[in-house]
Design a protein around this ligand. Structure first.
Ligand code: CP3
Length: 341
């Protein structure tokens, strides 16, 4: 049987239209998600395979995206490595104790993904049974820098000062931490592919927070090693480094099948720099608040700009905002699915 459109696109085959999915397509903007969250915490939801699978399926049932992404979080790896993970009400994630020294790094444990994250393998197995053929399942992890930044700060941060201080004053400690995260992430993604995920996305949400020297010396080589580690496993990969601006030109040291582009660049300009790359993105998530007419202009401009790319996956340029009207999501999906090259 012919592979699904999303997979054919990532493999560089010629296709009839771009596939479409949205980062954070499962979540709080859907009333059926909020209903489930009123019964259990986010972490309970992630660790309950039947419920995590249900939440993954909710947007697919409503809108029929061309890919599903398994409901989980990038911080499950630090948790499995021994940090205590919690989400306070409206406070974002917390990881304790924060990593600040070589001793702290040495205390981290290596993850047996099937044991520590068996819930995720089970969620993936359920989804492989339930998902329509045309909506293949994406597995994911945080890229090592982004994950390490949360591990060092112990939480989200505006300026990631502790992370940068560690990187610049004790580069050896930070590199050792990155190496530990790289190794464990490869095993974790391998587990997801073996359980049935057909593609992988690596989220580097905070890659754009560091200066070009540190991007080139720490951030990109770590992501490169993860992608190289999973490249032979038969699931195409997407690397999404957010906030790179002009430094996007360095991202191709990471040998993924495709690259996610954030909403701060114009797709027209990115395609000019990377005419031979498969690109994903990059509608501004807040465009989904716009009037229908303005939204259509933005979608059409994106699809037109992206025609010149070697391959294109329509998506947002970052995660869906919790206050997004669900109808706008449906409209975006439909408009892309009606488009033809
Ligand atoms: O639908 C999907 O995209 C799949 C699920 C998914 C979640 N998190 C679920 C989630 C994915 C791919 C992620 C990745 C993730 N998690 C990233 C990288 C992508 C990005 O958005 O930049 C990051 C940085 C995290 C860390 C994280 N997890 C934060 C900062 C938060 C709090 C965010 C908030 O808005 O409160 C989470 C929790 C989280 N992960 C939620 C969801 C749906 C909100 C949980 C809830 O309150 O119900």
């Amino acid at each position: 049987m012919k592979k699904p459109l999303f997979i054919r696109t990532l493999l560089g085959e010629s296709v009839e239209r771009p596939p479409v999915w949205l980062m954070r397509q499962a979540g709080r903007y859907l009333p059926e998600y909020r209903e489930m969250r009123s019964q259990m915490s986010f972490l309970e939801l992630v660790k309950s395979p039947k419920d995590a699978a249900e939440v993954t399926l909710q947007p697919i049932r409503r809108f029929g995206m061309d890919a599903a992404i398994v409901f989980c979080d990038i911080l499950m790896i630090p948790e499995a490595m021994g940090q205590h993970l919690s989400f306070g009400k409206g406070m974002g994630p917390k990881l304790e104790p924060a990593i600040r020294s070589m001793n702290d790094v040495d205390r981290l444990v290596d993850v047996d993904s099937l044991k520590s994250c068996g819930y995720l393998a089970e969620t993936i197995r359920i989804l492989c049974q339930e998902l329509p053929y045309e909506s293949p399942l994406i597995g994911f992890a945080g890229a090592p820098f982004t994950v390490a930044a949360y591990m060092v700060e112990g939480q989200g941060s505006k300026n990631w000062a502790q992370t940068k201080e560690l990187m610049l004053t004790q580069p050896n400690v930070f590199q050792t931490l990155l190496d530990r995260v790289v190794d464990n992430t490869i095993g974790y993604l391998k587990m997801q592919i073996e359980a049935g995920c057909q593609a992988i996305q690596l989220f580097d949400t905070w890659a754009g927070q560091v200066a070009p020297d540190e991007l080139i010396n720490f951030v990109l080589p770590a992501a490169q090693r993860v992608i190289e580690g999973v490249n032979a496993l038969g699931a195409p990969t997407i690397y999404f480094p957010k906030g790179l601006g002009l430094n996007l030109r360095h991202m191709q040291t990471v040998p993924s099948n495709a690259y996610g582009v954030d909403w701060q660049s114009r797709m027209h300009d990115v395609v000019e720099v990377f005419p031979n790359s498969i690109l994903q993105g990059n509608l501004d998530p807040s465009a989904l608040y716009a009037t229908r007419e303005r939204l259509d202009q933005k979608i059409d401009a994106l699809l037109t700009d992206a025609k010149k790319a070697k391959g294109f996956v329509a998506n947002l340029g970052h995660g869906l905002l919790p206050t997004t009207p669900p109808e706008a999501v449906g409209h975006f999906v439909k408009r892309v699915q009606e488009f033809r090259y």
